[in-house]
Design a protein around this ligand. Structure first.
Ligand SMILES: Cc1cc2nc3c(=O)[nH]c(=O)nc-3n(C[C@H](O)[C@H](O)[C@H](O)COP(=O)(O)OP(=O)(O)OC[C@H]3O[C@@H](n4cnc5c(N)ncnc54)[C@H](O)[C@@H]3O)c2cc1C
Length: 411
């Protein structure tokens, strides 16, 4: 028996296991997935929890129910990988040997790494929405907030779904308008970037959406610490941003065991070849989803498109053949704009988000970098697609490779 071990049963690990279980003969391959609990969360839904649009139980399913027959789910905390011995050791002391290892343990918010964040204001006037607990606590805080300075903040990049803090800001604007409190709320968006977003065309579009909503943009803000008593963010260049309510996206780091195992970079991300996801250090280790260091968004859509390429490559690789697939960094993300509208961006390593229509040129139904109702409905439909199509690894009629069809290039 050959042994494939997948670390992490989140978005990427679940897709990898379900896709490969169909391809690898059960008599020849044992397939095991490890996760610390049996609770799979639909993380894109966290955005809506603070506004009461979803309840937490709508976002959770047991992991084992999402894994195909013939996949073993091992529940336990991963302590380390001994890559020289081809074995993973769990915190319980249990050892799991492997022939091939797929690391899919994602990234997690680390509020402990910014001085003052976890001080006396944590979950009193300082909140995050990148965890289910944080998003639920924030729902109560928003409901009780009837005026003052609401600061939305990104500690550093990369973070998962880098548009999520912008979406939160747009939704907060709409939420306070709906409650007829918008005039009493000063909205501030604080980012370490020099604009609202990374790429010029999207940054200009999203920046003008902040302007239209009268949101103050504080750019190039590299946080040094939070002063919880003064309720203030302080940057390395000694700028201070006071808040009444802070919604922060803490540093996002890969899992600690990745660092302990000598497999990570300074953010505990696994360095891989950006086209094949093969570890740069070990010939039998791949890293998929947020856990790797590829230069594209950390998003479920990237996990999906890259796993499509990875699965075909892996089947070639274990036969000793060259991997012929090449992942191009394809990402797409719906961006909630508030008032029942949204935008869509579609890009890859080489092409920044451009305006146009997607996926059918001239028709859509989705508008690229345009605020439309169809995009909002697409975002809401994504939850159903996630549980029923993406995670089971059913085919989706969208190519893994980004297409220029329907995109308007600017001269
Ligand atoms: C607020 C928010 C909004 C988002 N919106 C979107 C969106 O609109 N569109 C989109 O495409 N993406 C979105 N994302 C991003 C998307 O959820 C992630 O990119 C995706 O889940 C990454 O999948 P993954 O498998 O790499 O990691 P995860 O799904 O996070 O899975 C990692 C798994 O590893 C397990 N694990 C980690 N460490 C250990 C350990 N030591 N021992 C045992 N198990 C461990 C965890 O329990 C987890 O189950 C959003 C994310 C957030 C937080």
């Amino acid at each position: 028996m050959r042994r494939l071990l997948v670390l992490g049963a989140g978005t990427a690990g679940t897709m990898v296991a379900n896709r490969l279980r169909r391809e690898l003969a059960p008599a020849e391959w044992q397939l095991t997935v490890v996760d610390r609990d049996d609770d799979h969360q639909y993380q894109p839904g966290y955005l809506f929890l603070p506004f009461g649009e979803y309840q937490p139980d709508q976002l959770t399913r047991p992991r084992h129910s999402l894994l195909a027959a013939g996949i073993e789910l091992e529940i336990g905390e991963i302590d380390r990988v001994d890559a020289a011995a081809n074995v993973v050791i769990l915190a319980s002391g249990r050892s799991l040997p492997y022939d091939y290892l797929v690391i899919a343990t994602g990234v997690a918010p680390r509020p402990d790494l910014t001085p003052g964040m976890l001080g006396n204001q944590w979950r009193r006037s300082i909140f995050d929405f990148y965890t289910a607990d944080g998003a639920c606590a924030l729902a109560d805080a928003l409901a009780g907030f009837d005026g003052g300075r609401l600061v939305v903040h990104i500690a550093d990049l990369p973070i998962k779904c880098p548009v999520a803090p912008l979406e939160f800001t747009f939704l907060a604007d709409a939420y306070f308008r709906e409650r007829q409190l918008r005039d009493q709320v000063e909205l501030v968006y604080v980012t370490p970037l020099s604009a609202a977003f990374t790429k010029p065309i999207a940054a200009a579009r999203l920046g003008s959406m902040l302007d239209e909503r009268k949101v103050l943009l504080e750019s190039d803000f590299v946080i040094e610490r939070i002063d919880p008593d003064a309720k203030s963010l302080i940057s390395y260049d000694e700028r201070e941003i006071p808040f009444d309510l802070l919604v922060t996206v803490p540093l996002n780091l890969g899992a600690e065991y990745v660092a302990r195992s000598g497999l990570g970079d300074e953010s505990n991300l696994v360095p891989v070849d950006k086209h094949t996801l093969l570890s740069r250090q070990h010939r039998n280790i791949f890293a998929v989803g947020d856990a790797n260091n590829i230069p594209t968004s950390k998003a479920g859509s990237v996990a999906h498109f890259s796993v499509e390429v990875f699965v075909d490559n892996f089947l070639q690789y274990i036969e000793g053949k060259p991997m012929t697939g090449s992942f191009d960094g394809h990402a797409n993300c719906f961006i909630e704009a508030g008032n029942g509208k949204g935008l869509l961006i579609d890009f890859n390593y080489d092409t920044e988000p451009l305006p146009g229509r997607y996926p059918v040129p001239g028709i859509g139904p989705f508008g690229l970098l345009a605020e439309t109702r169809a995009n909002h409905l697409g975002k809401l439909a994504f939850r159903w697609i996630y549980w029923n199509v993406l995670l089971p690894g059913r085919p989706i009629p969208l190519p893994a490779r980004m297409s220029m069809a329907g995109k308007k290039t600017q001269n």
